[in-house]
Design a protein around this ligand. Structure first.
Ligand SMILES: [Zn+2]
Length: 404
């Protein structure tokens, strides 16, 4: 006897990163897992006798719950004033003097109480969940000192309890250079490797370790030091790579067997080939590309040609992508990066799960997987990437429990 049986549903199972659709399908759920998926006609008996609860979805589409695999959701304040200044013609220097930039977010985050951080982030997370997100990755990286980095990760974990979403945490101590280390990046990396990483690992607060490898952030050599330490502590790595210039970030990530390399606008073919070899997922972040009005597109054709799985995420953050809509991220991935709607949806389900190391349990509608489901008022799955500003979510289940 299953706990729940959903019938009269069209299923985009996303098996193998394709729609792999089953029309007039059904899904059985037991113990929070998917127990059965298939055509309703193939059910092993009359629906009423198979499950304690039975719900007809009247022909709606069901997809795996969406996975936002790259966010900086926990931060205090926002940068709307900076946005306004820039659009009024202020220069970078004037904005910095007015207290703008990433360090303004660091200051606000350090000053905020845990309660305030959690309340602000929960509001953003609920907006994602309202559009079918059931799993979200959240990075630290606005504390840049040991205590605040650990606070950010604790708040991120707390958000899971507050909202019912599944939260995967990533330690991003090497995000930017804190003001007290100005001109001493190597000393700061000493702190990240010698104090922060061991503390975060000992407290079990991170599922992965990330760094920002870029001319304006940390060098490949400094990034490698962080990755060496993470690997020694048994933590998987991922990397903000080649967003503004080709620093060889994608190849560096691949060398460490990274779960994912993210942004990739400037990645050359050798980097993509290394990712294919290592099984590293390419995470595309069209929200940042749009908000920063970048012009250099990620090498999607090359990524495709090498068979590297592509994920799509919001990169929700106050400076370069204040985006809390996975559906808009899917639309931008298609309109700006020329992904197909099927690729975009795979990027928000199967491949996003893989980017978080969750490929075995999340991201597709298959027996044995966690019953994270989203039901949509749509006639075809392409509508999820096609419409702008619409939210066709009808219902969502996390581990078989209805959340929306
Ligand atoms: Zn990011």
């Amino acid at each position: 006897m299953w706990d729940l049986l959903l019938t009269d549903a069209n299923l985009a199972t996303m098996r193998g990163g394709r729609y792999a659709a089953i029309e007039r399908g059904a899904i059985g759920v037991a113990g929070g897992r998917i127990a059965w998926v298939g055509a309703a006609a193939a059910l092993p008996g009359p629906a009423a006798g198979l499950a304690r609860a039975c719900e007809s979805l009247d022909g709606r589409w069901v997809t795996p719950g969406l996975v936002d695999c790259h966010t900086h959701l926990v931060y205090a304040g926002n940068r709307a004033r900076e946005f306004e200044l820039r659009l009024s013609g202020a220069t970078y220097e004037e904005i910095a003097r007015a207290g703008g930039g990433i360090l303004s977010t660091v200051r606000a985050t350090r000053d905020a109480s845990d309660t305030r951080l959690a309340q602000q982030a929960a509001r953003r997370l609920r907006r994602l969940m309202d559009e079918g997100v059931t799993t979200v990755e959240i990075k630290s990286g606005y504390g840049l000192d040991t205590a605040t980095e650990m606070r950010m990760l604790r708040v991120a974990r707390l958000l899971g309890d507050m909202t019912g979403a599944e939260v995967r945490t990533t330690f991003l101590g090497a995000h930017a250079l804190p003001p007290e280390y100005a001109g001493r990046a190597d000393d700061y990396i000493d702190l990240v490797c010698g104090e922060m990483l061991p503390a975060v690992a000992a407290a079990g607060l991170a599922d992965a370790v990330d760094a920002f490898c870029e001319r304006i952030a940390f060098s490949p050599r400094q990034t490698a030091r962080v990755f060496d330490r993470a690997s020694a502590l048994g933590l998987p790595v991922k990397l903000h790579a080649d967003q503004l210039s080709d620093t060889g970030g994608a190849a560096l990530a691949a060398r460490y067997g990274a779960l994912s390399a993210e942004h990739l606008e400037h990645t050359a073919e050798a980097g993509v080939a290394a990712m294919a070899e290592a099984g590293t997922v390419a995470v595309l972040l069209p929200g940042a590309y749009y908000f920063l009005r970048e012009t250099r597109l990620p090498p999607v054709a090359t990524i495709r040609a090498h068979g590297v799985p592509m994920a799509v995420a919001t990169d929700c953050n106050p400076g370069s992508s204040p985006l809390t809509s996975m559906l808009l991220a899917l639309n931008m991935a298609c309109t700006l990066f020329r992904l197909t709607p099927e690729e975009a949806l795979a990027g928000a389900t199967a491949h996003a799960a893989r980017a978080l190391g969750l490929a075995a349990t999340h991201g597709t509608l298959e027996p044995g997987k966690v019953a994270d489901l989203a039901a949509w008022d749509i006639d075809t799955p392409a509508e999820l990437a096609y419409a702008m500003g619409a939210n066709p979510l009808y219902a969502a289940w996390k581990g078989g429990v209805r959340r929306a």
